[in-house]
Structures are given as structure tokens and as C-alpha cells.
Ligand binder design. Sequence first.
Ligand SMILES: NC(=O)c1ccc[n+]([C@@H]2O[C@H](COP(=O)([O-])OP(=O)(O)OC[C@H]3O[C@@H](n4cnc5c(N)ncnc54)[C@H](OP(=O)(O)O)[C@@H]3O)[C@@H](O)[C@H]2O)c1
Length: 334
Amino acid sequence: MKAVVQHRYGPPEQVLEARDVPVPRPGPGEVLVRVRVTGVNTPDWLTVAGLPRVLRLQAGLRRPKVPVRGSDVAGVVAEVGPGVADLRPGDEVFGSLWTKSVSAGTGTFAEFAVVPAGQLVRRPAGLSATEAGASVMSGLTALLAMRDVGRVGPGRRVLVNGASGGVGTFAVQIAARLGAHVTGVCGPGNVEMVRSLGAADVIDHTVEDYTRGARRYDVVLDNVLNHPPTATAAVLAPGGTFIPNSIGRAEGVFGGLTRVARAKLMERGPTDVRSVECDVTRENLDALTALLASGEVKVIVERTYPLDDVAGAVAHMMSHRTRGNIAVVVHTDG
Ligand SMILES: NC(=O)c1ccc[n+]([C@@H]2O[C@H](COP(=O)([O-])OP(=O)(O)OC[C@H]3O[C@@H](n4cnc5c(N)ncnc54)[C@H](OP(=O)(O)O)[C@@H]3O)[C@@H](O)[C@H]2O)c1
């Protein structure tokens, strides 16, 4: 099968290469998926670049331990491993092979990928493969941040920094649907889009610094970490929750990780600071499916790329200007 392989760290166009590799085999509890569409997410480009460098301690010192990137997938079940009774070849599914362990599995930037059965659900007819494949990591992260970590409900004042990106476009819609008064922070070209997704107020970050404003919020989801965590926490209303959800700058040895460490330390202090994890379970995927299939939450897909141009897709993510989500279309046939 064709897969996009990475054997060293560096610029995507220099280190990503389409190669013929063996089709992986599903083990117990696993499913071989023929990939229709795969999403591109922040962990993908961080591992391509190997930045910040300290992350290589975990991902692999000289080269990534896992040579194929990608985790989100929409596709067709090709084969099931021993013990998988509720999925069959031919089923249209979506999900993700994402786990916290970077050495788990091989990625989805390939014609086939092996995914744990417990991290796949059936894709309903009303949800396209592109919408499904582009939505898993960013949609689940936004859902869990708003519903579980922020406990967003009617009347809560929610600020989403990075409202026009993958996680942000989902977070704005989900918070608005939960009845919150949403303020989105984005660049000038995305103000109207963020408003159309349900934000009552939109702050253009090139004009106004929200950490210097007088407005206070019950929940702040920070997808950018471009301000010191103490400055962001200062805009919380009493009892508010700050959800740092970015490693900030990805450069040098530590990049924005010192800010992440400071935010982590704040978890022990009086401010309610909590992180969000993209927890890929069938229950969470079902909740996301319900939101997407009902049409209440839309998947914003800025553009799609062919498998031969994964490098272009990853480079676009690295620009920090992605509008919603981007996806790689691998197979388009039935
Ligand atoms: N917790 C988890 O498990 C988990 C899972 C997935 C992702 N994440 C994290 O979530 C974060 C967001 O991911 P993503 O996929 O949404 O990223 P993304 O799509 O790459 O974000 C791009 C967006 O960032 C916005 N942006 C750039 N500079 C900004 C600024 N100064 N102020 C406000 N917005 C700015 C851009 O908006 P404009 O062009 O409009 O300026 C663009 O729309 C990442 O840091 C990622 O690491 C966490």
C-alpha cells in the first residue's frame, strides 16, 4: 500500500515521502480500515518538525519511532482482528487511533490503517467521509473542553481564543448550542465566520488584546497560549475555569512548554485551571456523531489535499492560519 513515511525531522516537503509499505495486520480487538479521509492535527506537524526539540525525548531522538503520521480516520472496514464482533468488512466507520502513547500503531496518512475497535463508530449516511475524517481530534477536544471540563451551560460567558481554527470552530458552536454567551478571538479575515458559528461577540486579535479588556468570563478555552497564563487567568470571573489547550510556540528546545508548565503549576493554586485530553472512546464519538449528524454543529473544512500532498497539508497547518479543519482524501471510490 502507499503510505507517507517520515524518517527524520524537518520541513514537511523535505521529510515526508510517499512509499510502498506492507499493509498492517489487525491484532486482537483491532480493525483494518481502508482510509477514505484522514484529518491533519497539531500533533502531526509537531512530530514532522520535531519541535519543540524536547518532545523528541518521547517521539524518538533522531527520528520518530512511528514513521507514519496521522490519527483521525473515516473509511471502510477491510478486516477485523480476533474478538471484534460488532464491526464487519464493508462497514463505513470513523474514529481515531490517537492515544497518549506516541509509539502506538502506525498512522492514517496511508491507504490502510489499524485502529482499535473501541475507537471507531459507524458513520451515519448524513455525515460525509470528509466531515467525519476531519473532525475527530478537534471535535472531541472541543466537546470535552466545553461539556466536561468547562461544564458550559445556559448563560455562562465563554471566551474561545483561537476561535477560527480546528478546535475553535467546534468549541464556539458547541458552547453556543449549550446556551452560553460566546466570545471568539480570531484574526480579521475570520470575524464574520466566527460570528456565523454562534459567537455573540468577536474580538479581532490584531486590534484588541482580550487580556487587557474589562470583560470577565466563566470559562476561557485558550487554543493559542500567546499570552502568559496568569494574564489569561486574570480575565476569569470569580469561580471561572481556565482551560489551557496549546503548547504555544513550537520552536527551539522548549518553545511554549515553559508556559504550559506555568499553567500546570497554577492547577495547584486558587484559580480553577484544568487541561483537556482528546479521549477517543465510542461514547465520546457517539456524542460527537449526534451533534454533527443533526446538523447543529458543522464541520468547517477549509480545504482537502490528496495523499501525494500530505506535505502541503502539514505545511498549511504549520502556518497557524488554518480556517477550521483540513483533511487528506485518500480513497474516493465506493
Ligand atoms: N488537548 C488535546 O488533546 C488537543 C487536541 C487537539 C489539539 N489541541 C491543541 O489545540 C490547539 C488548537 O488546535 P487547532 O487544530 O485548532 O489549531 P489550528 O487550527 O492550527 O489553529 C489555527 C488558528 O489559530 C488562530 N490564531 C493564530 N494566532 C492567533 C492569535 N494570536 N490569537 C487568536 N487566534 C490565533 C488562527 O486564527 P486567525 O487566522 O483567525 O488569526 C487560526 O485560525 C493546538 O495548540 C493544539 O495543540 C489539543
